[in-house]
Ligand binder design. Structure first.
Ligand code: CA2
Length: 144
């Protein structure tokens, strides 16, 4: 069965509890439930995880990539800083769609740069929780 991993980086466990003007009022659990229903209807296995630890995110990317799974990745702040994550994507051959809830390009300058974007299939940003749904739609429209 095809696997799609949805991997979330630091502080996204706080989603829905703080800063709703920027990140919306849905929790990460709400997003997971919406994606799970969609994946189930499409006959795809969905693995969903969140970690605040960079090395753990690197391991999750490696495991998914080496298993031949696709990844929807919101690396949160590590998007802007992590060469290790970029190397994990490249090194494991993972097919990644980078997602962001907010439009990072309409925010502070330091959020405009992504270490991941050059090794991702594409980037979806600015549509709140729908960024994840759009990424899943894109992967489902692509054959493995
Ligand atoms: O817009 C996104 O999805 C981000 O990846 C979110 C990151 C931020 O560092 C990126 O630049 C853009 C921040 C995630 C923190 O999430 C929180 C949610 C609620 C309350 C506090 C933080």
């Amino acid at each position: 069965m095809r696997q799609i991993h949805v991997l979330n980086g630091p502080n996204l466990n706080l989603l829905g509890q703080r800063e709703p003007a920027i990140y919306g009022s849905q929790t990460l659990g709400d997003i997971e439930a919406e994606l799970r229903a969609k994946a189930q209807a499409a006959g795809v296995a969905l693995i969903f995880a969140q970690t605040n630890v960079e090395g753990e995110l690197v391991t999750l990317v490696q495991q998914a990539g080496l298993a031949g799974a696709d990844i929807i990745l919101n690396a949160a702040a590590y998007t802007h800083t992590s060469i290790a994550l970029r190397d994990a994507i490249k090194g494991s051959g993972a097919r990644v769609i980078e997602v962001h809830l907010s439009n990072v390009h309409a925010r502070e300058e330091f959020r405009h740069h992504s270490t991941i974007a050059p090794v991702a299939l594409g980037v979806i940003a600015g549509f709140g929780a729908k960024s994840y749904v759009l990424a899943l739609d894109a992967l489902l429209a692509m054959s493995r």
